[in-house]
Design a protein around this ligand. Structure first.
Ligand code: SF4
Length: 461
């Protein structure tokens, strides 16, 4: 049975989306709103470049000493009765959640927004165990109702207009199709409240793992993360190991940076630090807390000294909003959990390089992603690095190798470059590289060669 390769799916989907003007209009509208508010958030920093560099340096230290930071985190949080589970891959993480669910006789879970749980396909796994898993972030709830994965790492339903959401609610929840966004939010709120009360387990991610206090920090705007972590009797945190920061004091710049670059706010509405389950003298909080630390390919990235920088990412989503490719093909065309520039950088390294190397080419290399990155990750250089390692490690196809060989040979030979007229070259080259000109205008050679032009301008000098 032949399976379709991720690169073919990407080509088909991105071609379709690039021509979808309605999609482009919605995305440009929503990104336009983001662009309008980010400058306001930035005003809070007296020296933004310095803060971004400080954040980058802090993440550098965290990743360079990752083993020590994680062990310190484990020691500190375990001392308060939290169980820490190390999961090497998605299967191990899901199996750990499955065992907890069995032990708790769990029938339903409330889940706050977490890209890591998307990465391990937790909802599908829970469904196979006949456990209901409800997304409680409004954007994620909309996507779950529609049977779609998140479109964007910060704004999961960014590609939907308010009319789309009203129509979706009418279809799935029998509501009036003319409801306003405020009314739709109230509908979701009412539905979700019932779920919080019934759920035996709450699942959250973590925006930061704090080593020196042994805590996790969750940032959100709706309060659903707090309810998911505090209401059910058991709280499971699933987080990538790269989320670690050395000290609780580092939140003083990571929180405002994440808020500004994520949504243009000075500070996100709810920033919660959780350091353990409810103590005997406390009235709120879960009886039990478990943290699952997920590797799932991250140590492969650490092994590459250059690519390691991609683990500094705080998932603010700014590079997606700035990317001309993302703005045209949208989040779903990538076929990955993490889309946009950061997704194109990490996916080939987290997954199979042979299957996903094409994403490193889904870039104009304009450098806008690097320009806007909250923690100054050199994204466009890392895309080039991915291309380089893919070639070095032998992932190029024969046709690719042949094409570059021919190109190099021709470019280095003055005789070949001067052979034939411009129109003949256009014809030959464009018919040889049909896949290049399918989505672009064809290559156009100058009617005169460089030598002819030089002679005309400078004579025989
Ligand atoms: S790479 Fe930078 S801009 Fe992109 S999501 Fe991560 S922190 Fe934000």
């Amino acid at each position: 049975m032949s399976s379709v390769s991720p690169s073919s799916v990407f080509n088909v989907k991105s071609n379709e989306k690039a021509k979808d003007l309605g999609h482009r209009q919605t995305i440009n509208f929503n990104i336009g709103r983001y662009n309008a508010v980010v400058p306001n958030g930035k005003k809070q920093f007296s020296d933004l470049t310095r803060v971004r560099q400080k954040a980058k340096n802090t993440k550098w230290r965290a990743i360079e000493t990752l083993d020590q930071q994680l062990e310190l985190f484990e020691k500190n949080i375990s001392a308060r009765g939290v169980r820490v589970i190390w999961a090497e891959n998605a299967d191990e993480a899901c199996a750990a959640v499955g065992e907890i669910c069995k032990a708790k006789k769990c029938k339903s879970i409330v889940k706050s927004k977490s890209m890591v749980t998307e990465e391990i396909h937790l909802n599908e796994f829970l469904e196979s165990m006949h456990i209901e898993s409800i997304e409680t972030d409004l954007g994620e709830y909309i996507q779950q109702l529609d049977g779609e994965p998140p479109y964007h790492i910060v704004t999961p339903a960014m590609h939907k207009s308010k009319e789309d959401v009203a129509a979706l609610f009418a279809r799935k929840l029998n509501t009036d199709p003319s409801l306003t966004p405020e009314q739709l939010t109230l509908v979701a709120r009412e539905k979700l409240r019932e779920k919080y009360v019934a759920a035996e387990i709450g699942v959250t991610g973590a925006n930061f793992i704090i080593a020196d206090t042994g805590s996790i920090a969750v940032t959100e705007n709706e309060g659903n993360g707090r309810l998911s972590s505090a209401w059910p009797k058991t709280h499971i945190v699933i987080t990538g190991i790269e989320k670690v920061i050395p000290s609780i004091n580092d939140l003083s710049f990571f929180w405002p940076l994440l808020a500004t670059y994520g949504t243009g706010q000075q500070l996100t509405v709810y920033n919660t630090i959780v350091s353990g389950p409810r103590k005997s003298d406390e009235t709120d909080g879960p009886e039990e807390m478990i943290v699952i630390l997920l590797d799932n390919g991250r140590t492969n990235i650490i092994a590459d000294a250059k690519a390691r920088e991609s683990l500094y990412c705080i998932r603010c989503g700014a590079c997606l909003n700035a990317c001309p490719v993302y703005k045209n093909i949208g989040g779903h065309s990538y076929g990955t959990t993490y889309s946009g520039p950061i997704g194109s950088v990490i996916t080939p390294n987290l997954k199979d390089k042979g299957d996903w190397k094409h994403l490193s080419y889904a870039s104009s290399l304009c450098g806008n992603c690097t320009e806007v990155c909250a923690v100054k990750i050199n994204l466009h250089e890392l895309l080039l690095h991915n291309r380089h390692t893919a070639v070095e490690e032998g992932y190029s196809t024969l046709s690719e190798k042949l094409a570059w060989k021919l190109w190099k040979r021709a470019s280095l030979s003055r005789k070949l470059m001067n052979t034939g007229s411009g129109s003949l070259k256009n014809k030959v080259v464009n018919s040889m590289f049909k896949s290049w000109s399918r989505g672009r205008s064809g290559l156009r050679f100058s009617a005169k060669t460089f030598n002819q032009l030089w002679k005309e301008k400078n004579g025989d000098e």
